[in-house]
Design a protein. Structure first.
Lengths: 112, 112
């Protein structure tokens, strides 16, 4: 599959601030996108997903934005907490294959 | 709620040895996926099974094989281990009805 990368390998924010994690994808045929959170020594944990027929989806303290024009996906975390510190991966379902392809992760560090 | 169970949690092997990793999917999930995650890297898709049949194949070396059994658990068999096989191996399960994957906590394989 085509590769996807995150612009910033590490993002450091203050507790209480909002965080934005970005992901650029190149496969315009993808119609399903997902964000995972991975804490040290644990498996990826589902955060939120979005289909290509939507441009925004909100969850609890998290929002995913999808811009199909520029092939950009972002994860917004409101009022970031120390427990949000982890590596965040975007992933997408590749064309013709059910398996998810992961982009490069971004480490989020929340400073108290 | 039941989650994806992987065993063992940690495994230490020497070069040229074999290893078997086990995965027990969430009950009623019909699809199992195996991923390999090297240090500081994103998870790479290896192979998947749907209803006990191989579904998709990713970057799985010929030295590796996998299968899904009648009780839906899956095993990843790795032979002629190399130092570069040291990684976290994740199993994920899902349902054909939705794209969301649920990951286990992984098996940390160290090849010495």
């Amino acid at each position: 599959g085509e590769s996807v990368g995150l612009h910033l390998p590490t993002l450091s924010v203050q507790e209480g601030d909002n965080s934005i994690i970005n992901c650029a994808y190149s496969n315009s045929a993808s119609d399903y996108f997902i964000w995972y959170k991975q804490e040290s020594g644990k498996g990826p944990q589902f955060i939120i997903d979005i289909r290509s027929n939507m441009d925004k989806r909100q969850g609890q303290r998290v929002t995913v934005l999808l811009n199909k024009t520029v092939k950009h996906l972002s994860l917004q975390i409101a009022a970031t907490q120390p427990g949000d510190s982890a590596v965040y991966f975007c992933a997408w379902e590749d064309t013709g294959r059910r398996a998810l392809t992961f982009g490069s992760g971004t480490r989020l560090q929340v400073q108290p | 709620a039941a989650g994806v169970i992987q065993s063992p949690r940690h495994l230490i092997k020497e070069k040229r040895e074999t290893a078997t990793l086990k995965c027990y999917p969430i009950p009623r999930h019909d699809t199992v996926y195996w991923y390999q995650q090297g240090p500081g890297q994103d998870p790479q898709f290896l192979i998947s099974f749907y209803e006990k049949m191989q579904s998709d194949k990713g970057s799985i070396p010929d030295r590796f094989s996998a299968q899904q059994f009648s009780d839906y658990h899956s095993e990843l068999n790795m032979s002629s281990l190399e130092l570069g096989d040291s990684a976290l191996y994740f199993c994920a399960s899902g349902s054909r009805l939705q794209e969301k994957l649920f990951f286990g906590s992984g098996t940390q394989l160290s090849v010495l």
